[in-house]
Write a protein that binds this ligand. Structure first.
Ligand code: ADE
Length: 252
């Protein structure tokens, strides 16, 4: 059974497909699924597009049409924990959907079908992913990213952590939204728009999942400027490096 590598960014997907051999393309539901071999591992690589519904529909196809054994998601996130900086990496422990709110019928953030608000990622992949990300930021990043990009984004000593992530169909770009999210979900360190949907679909179908997010912005008033710059210059190099290390340092 192949491993799915799902990206929220066209750039990351293109870089990964470029590294694949024996690629077969299949178009389903406005997505292009690439089956083939990536650093010795049988994979299906696909760009989900943005948002929870797009990610959920892609995850369903990966599970039910391509019979994948697990889903590994790569992308960027906005930091809401002030100790995180652009270029740090978060490996998800649990995923929330911060915009799920069926009060007063059920508790805020609870996913109706599952009866939980926090969905745990595959515990067996967390350490290998931490190792893969640490190897990348500590020993490879300085050679693989142009020196001017390392300086521009202050990527001298990125930090890697495992923590909770929240997803919603909103690009978070104000200090007030960050304050509100931190109050509602105190263990969450960053926000994005897909992980919680992949987590729900994988939990429903009993398929292990992992979410890797590189911090692109601080989800504040500056986020609309920081996000596209980081995505254009650095994000896909992080995803490639971390997935490559995971695949070459471990038996999948
Ligand atoms: N992905 C990266 N930055 C984000 C932000 N500020 N809000 C939502 N998703 C993001």
């Amino acid at each position: 059974m192949p491993v799915a590598v799902l990206s929220a960014m066209a750039e990351e997907n293109a870089s990964l497909v470029h590294q694949m051999v024996d690629v077969q393309r299949t178009e389903i539901g406005k997505r292009v699924y690439h089956e083939g071999c990536l650093w010795g591992v049988d994979v299906v690589v696909v760009f989900s597009h943005w948002g929870k519904v797009a990610a959920a529909s892609t995850a369903s196809v990966l599970i039910n049409r391509f019979n994948v054994s697990e889903i590994i998601f790569t992308g960027v996130a906005g930091a809401i924990d002030h100790t995180l900086n652009v270029g740090d990496v978060v490996i998800a422990s649990d995923l929330y959907q911060h915009d799920m709110d069926a009060r007063p019928l059920i508790a805020r953030h609870e996913i109706p079908l599952l009866g939980v608000s926090a969905m745990p990622s595959d515990t067996s992949r967390r350490k290998p992913l931490m190792d893969a990300a640490n190897t990348f930021v500590k020993t490879q990043l300085a050679h693989e990213l142009p020196a001017e990009i390392v300086t521009e984004f202050s990527l001298q000593q990125p930090f890697v952590t495992t923590a909770a992530i929240a997803s919603g169909d909103q690009f978070i770009s104000s200090t007030q939204q960050v304050v509100d999210l931190r109050e509602r979900l105190p263990d969450v360190v960053c926000v994005e728009m897909e992980g919680g949907a992949v987590a729900q679909v994988c939990t429903e179908f009993n398929i292990p999942f992992s979410i890797i997010r590189t911090i692109s912005d601080a989800a504040n008033e500056q986020a609309g400027i920081d996000f596209p710059r980081f995505v254009k210059e650095a994000a896909q190099l992080y995803s490639m490096g971390i997935v490559r290390n995971l695949f070459t340092q471990n038996t999948l």
